[in-house]
Design a binder for this molecule. Structure first.
Ligand code: GDP
Length: 367
């Protein structure tokens, strides 16, 4: 179920499949349900659950991934009916973020997001967690241990308490790490080195462009979310000015709010930039929608008022008609291919033209 048309649902499902593959799954089959709104009990509705059950049986699938956020009871009902593990889009994205986080701060932010997602859902596993004394049962990983539990406290209450403690601890740690980062940024501001942030939808080619522009040697992966921790590189403009280029966290449709929240501080760095280079994938079936999704996230961190340079990438592989259409739609955009290098010099000069001019000291020489 999505708010848009069937084509939107198909695009969203294709992206979900790519996400699942990024997480290491093999995708067997896609199923779309047309409804005016999600079914409160099963999300997809009774009839479709039967279809889903049949697909699970015929394909031998061991997991169902649902393109949306399921309530704890919808998840439980679907698991009971299909007899396989059910995961929603949010859990899948959180999982990928967890696999890809590298820096200490990134890891802490993902763990925080996962715990915030888990906390209200603990009830969903209530049967196995309530009033039991052992540490067995699903979801028991967060609790357990003799002497940890207070008198008369259920396993569920103990788990919740421990998770809340961990959440506040992570918040404190992230806050401290942030102070360090802000100090570094302040130093940069003092030195008044202009900053360019490369933003854009996941897989648009941000890392590849950063490499092209700076020889940074950033990991490039044909997978969603290769970029979690921002990479910053210094580079020199043709007139000798130095500026920084940063690759930012990938954006994706329906980014779980836990993630937006957790990565807010990282995204806030974009808001401090002097220029946003917004990379769009010219081979994507719906580039306009990608641009909209990125603008939404940028607005959330108040980075929507910054000067923006729109860059359409992958012109080597994009279809001619699409490129013509996009040129008409975005006359000021720069068209490039990070692969072949086409347009890269134009991009470099467009960036340099838009960098803030250094304050020039003017001294009047009086006769
Ligand atoms: P990011 O997620 O935005 O950082 O994207 P990446 O730089 O990791 O690139 C995502 C995928 O697109 C990779 O498989 C790249 O090889 C591919 N890619 C990047 N730039 C181009 C390009 O100009 N042309 C083509 N055909 N593929 C590209």
């Amino acid at each position: 179920w999505t708010e848009g048309t069937i084509a939107d649902a198909e695009n969203s499902l294709t992206e979900l499949a790519a996400l699942a593959e990024t997480a290491g799954s093999q995708v067997l089959e896609g199923l779309i349900q047309r409804r005016t709104r999600p079914d409160p009990a099963t999300y997809i509705g009774r009839g479709k659950v039967d279809d889903l059950g049949a697909v699970v049986l015929s394909t031998g699938a061991d997991t169902v991934i649902c393109d949306g956020e399921l309530s704890p009871s919808q998840l439980r009902n679907l698991e009971q009916r299909t007899k396989v593990k059910v995961v929603d889009r949010t859990a899948l994205i959180l999982d990928i973020f967890a696999q890809h986080a590298k820096s200490k701060e990134g890891k802490a932010q993902v763990e925080l997001a996962q715990l915030q997602y888990l906390l209200p859902r603990l009830r969903g596993w209530g049967e196995t967690l309530s009033r039991q004394t052992g540490g067995s049962g699903r979801g028991g990983g967060a609790g357990g241990g003799v002497g940890v539990r207070g008198p008369g406290e259920t396993k569920l209450e103990t788990d919740r308490r421990r998770i809340r403690h961990r959440i506040s601890r992570l918040r404190r740690e992230i806050k401290n790490m942030r102070t360090v980062r802000v100090t570094k940024r302040a130093r940069r501001t003092r030195n008044s080195i202009p900053a360019v942030a490369i933003a854009g939808y996941t897989n648009a080619g941000k890392s590849s462009l950063l490499n092209r522009l700076t020889d940074a040697g950033v990991l490039v992966e044909n997978a969603l979310f290769a970029t979690l921790d921002p990479t910053t590189r210094k580079t020199t403009a043709s007139d000798g000015r130095i500026y920084t280029l940063s690759d930012t966290v990938g954006f994706v449709r329906h980014l779980p709010h836990q993630i937006v929240e957790a990565f807010r501080s990282t995204l806030e760095e974009v808001a401090e930039a002097d220029l946003v280079v917004h990379v769009v994938d010219g081979t994507h079936p719906d580039p306009e929608e990608q641009v909209r999704a990125v603008h939404e996230v940028l607005a959330e961190v108040s980075a929507d008022r910054l000067p923006e340079l729109l860059v359409v990438n992958k012109t080597d592989a994009a279809d001619e008609d699409t490129l013509l259409r996009l040129k008409r739609l975005w006359p000021d955009a720069i068209f490039v291919s990070a692969y072949s290098g086409m347009g890269i010099e134009d991009l470099r000069s467009a960036i340099e033209d838009r960098l803030p001019q250094p304050a020039v000291e003017v001294r009047a020489v009086l006769p």
